[in-house]
Write a protein that binds this ligand. Sequence first.
Ligand code: ATR
Length: 280
Amino acid sequence: MHGQDRFLLAGVMGWPISHSRSPKIHNYWLARYGLDGVYVPLAIEPERLAAALRALPALNFSGCNLTIPHKEAALAIVDDLDPTAKRVGAVNCVVVEEDGTLVGRNYDGFGFTASLRAAAPMWRADAGPAAVIGAGGAARAVIAGLIDAGATEVRVFNRTLERAETLARDFGPPVVAHRWEAREAGLADAALLVNTTSQGMVGQPPLDLRLDALPAGALVSDIVYAPLETPLLAAARARGLVAVDGLGMLIHQARPAFRDWFGIMPEATPELRAMIEATL
Ligand code: ATR
């Protein structure tokens, strides 16, 4: 955090970057908390990521977010990594310390669990097994969040079993890899189902998964937000289950980054959500 006597700067590096909603989120909070500053989209080619990150201290940036395709590449560029970024294998937030040190963090998992809690205040990570569909980078972030929140069993179902096994090995217990064919049976006593694959996104076919086995009271979450109501979430609601879309994760992951840069843990207000929803 830097003194508030000077103009505050942060941004998001991506390639491309025009689709990013992060400037809307952070500029909303800067205005809401009366801070003098701006959060900008930064179009950074992959070859120039290191130079761009290295330039942050000289430009008086408090830090930046990273999005596709920079999250993994930043691991080798920053000076320090927090344990979560290390475990996830990706950086989504860089904090510039007073001495110019660049610290890589990952708040995607925090965003996921904070969004679940906001949508379903009674939800607890240790209430029962969590079923995670997919084993890519998004799954790693979600699983790190679940473990940080106290999950006691995380079942990973992935089309390519080997990838789920690698993930389970990397995280260790409570993460267990399961065959893709077992995904419906594996829902029988699950307290949470989360889809981390791109299936169900705009332009993609729906996720091939029937929810019949899920117990009443289970939460169903999709981490994508285009569309907000994926076929999976619609099926969950039709069964009377609580469905949590991916927009909350996007908003909640931004909160601790804003806090690290500017010293205030901002609120995910309904007004902010409505403002972002209007841009989808
Ligand atoms: P991300 O970083 O967004 O997680 P990723 O690392 O490419 O992206 O991972 C994509 C995930 O979606 C993987 O779990 C992938 O399964 P595979 O490991 O078998 O490729 C999953 N996925 C993609 N298309 C899928 C499909 N048609 N059916 C089931 N899973 C799919």
